[in-house]
Ligand binder design. Structure first.
Ligand SMILES: *Cc1c(COP(=O)(O)O)cnc(C)c1O
Length: 403
């Protein structure tokens, strides 16, 4: 079979699922927010009715088994708010994985806290607790676990390490709405958890974020940071600490509440498609699937991540491989570049510290350069046939490299 990139017939010409998904329900919720005339999120009621923001905060916190939620403008700010609520100061070190969206590191750098990279586990791509312990210095104040692609990191071990060394533990759960570790909702296991509702995430309002916690004190502090230093039930011009205006609008909360009603069905569809893809791809020589810790009791399946097997990866240029698969009608993407090699992070670190920092994360660097590939999130909401097409295209392209 000749490759589509060489003029052959592509495996798939049909597109993938449309994203976002919405109908009259979103329209109805948005109209209610519109007609209330109370678009801002500064509290109060609409003629005795509860506005959407407090309801969303309560229902989303409950979804993840958390007691308190503070909504905010995006998932990046949510991480900054969590770090600051936990007392992290400029110059403090925060241990993060290099295999994540840049915001995990820049949320610390935004106010002068320094991200320190702990390499990832080869077979899960999640932060390696052994590397976390090795990265602890007298300046370390926090660990950020990232539940990459919706797979919870090893929270049991990370919590033990955090307690032993008296460090704060934050969960960056931007990709993990609905995920569970040992039966417990992510974002509610560490001291604070953060989520993003940016348009590519599994639950979206275009933009948005939330910080979760089970501590009333941390909730109050996070609330103040997001509300220009006001305190809950305090005066309008009573400012007790440094804060910013990080509030979302009731219009966003209306959209999020409507989208939340679709979440369970979408999660089930993602699960079914992932199970099928896992079965199909495990039969292809040249592909390695990620390992799943059995303590992951629910995976959010935000994006589908897989690897080229090491022997194939050695012979293949990852970018050329992606072009061949794309020509077959399958949008595979390159995925993250290691944050410990990202100029924005290195330059900002140097600016704050006055000296350069070098981090070696050999596992992450090798996997990113040659092995890791991803399928974007809406692909997992497509029809079953799409999974067969993905597997067929990958098999076809892998065969084109010979054995
Ligand atoms: C998307 C994302 C963020 C940032 O969220 P925004 O809402 O885009 O600011 C942070 N961390 C991870 C892991 C993400 O995927």
């Amino acid at each position: 079979m000749s490759l589509a990139i060489n003029g052959g017939t592509p495996v798939r010409t049909k597109g993938f699922a449309k994203w976002p998904v919405f109908d009259e329900l979103e329209q109805d919720f948005l109209l209610r927010a519109l007609k209330s005339g109370k678009w801002g999120g500064v509290g109060g009621t609409w003629n005795g009715e509860e506005p959407f923001i407090p309801r969303f905060e309560r229902e989303f916190a409950a979804l993840q088994d958390s007691q308190y939620g503070v909504s905010c403008v995006n998932g990046t700010v949510a991480i900054t708010v969590a770090l600051q609520a936990l007392g992290i100061k400029p110059g403090d070190e925060v241990i993060v994985p290099p295999f994540t969206f840049i915001a995990t590191a820049t949320a610390a750098l935004a106010f002068g806290a320094i991200p320190v990279f702990a390499d990832i586990e080869e077979d899960t791509l999640l932060i390696d607790p052994v590397e976390v312990e090795a990265a602890i210095t007298p300046k370390t104040k926090a660990i950020i676990a990232v539940h990459v692609a919706g797979a919870p990191a090893n929270m049991t071990r990370l919590l033990e390490i955090a307690r032993k060394h008296n460090l704060a533990l934050i969960e960056d759960a931007a990709q993990a709405v609905g995920a569970r570790w040992e039966g417990k909702g992510v974002g509610a296991i560490g001291d604070m958890g953060t989520f993003s509702f940016q348009s590519s995430k599994n639950l979206n309002a275009g933009e948005g974020g939330i910080v979760l916690t089970n501590s009333e004190t941390l909730w109050t502090t996070a609330w103040s940071i997001c509300n220009v230093g006001r305190i809950p039930n305090g005066g309008w011009y009573q400012h007790e600490m440094l804060g910013q205006n990080y509030r979302i609008t009731d219009i966003q909360a209306a959209l999020l509440l409507a989208q939340m009603t679709r979440l369970e069905a979408q999660m089930k569809q993602r699960e079914a498609n992932v199970a099928l893809l896992n079965r199909l791809l495990s039969g292809i020589n040249g592909i390695s699937l990620l390992k799943l810790d059995p303590r992951i009791t629910r995976h959010a399946n935000h994006v589908y991540v897989f690897k080229l097997a090491p022997d194939l990866a050695q012979r293949v240029n990852k970018e050329e491989f992606i072009r061949r698969v794309a020509a077959e009608g399958i949008p595979v993407f390159y995925g993250y570049v290691p944050l410990n090699r990202t100029n924005a992070v290195l330059n900002a670190t140097k600016d704050w510290l006055g000296e350069e920092r070098v981090y070696e994360c050999p596992v992450c660097e090798r996997l990113c350069n040659s092995e890791v590939l991803m399928l974007s999130q809406s692909v997992l909401l497509s029809e079953e046939q799409a999974m067969y097409d993905i597997a067929e295209a990958l098999d076809k392209v892998i065969r084109s490299y010979g054995s």
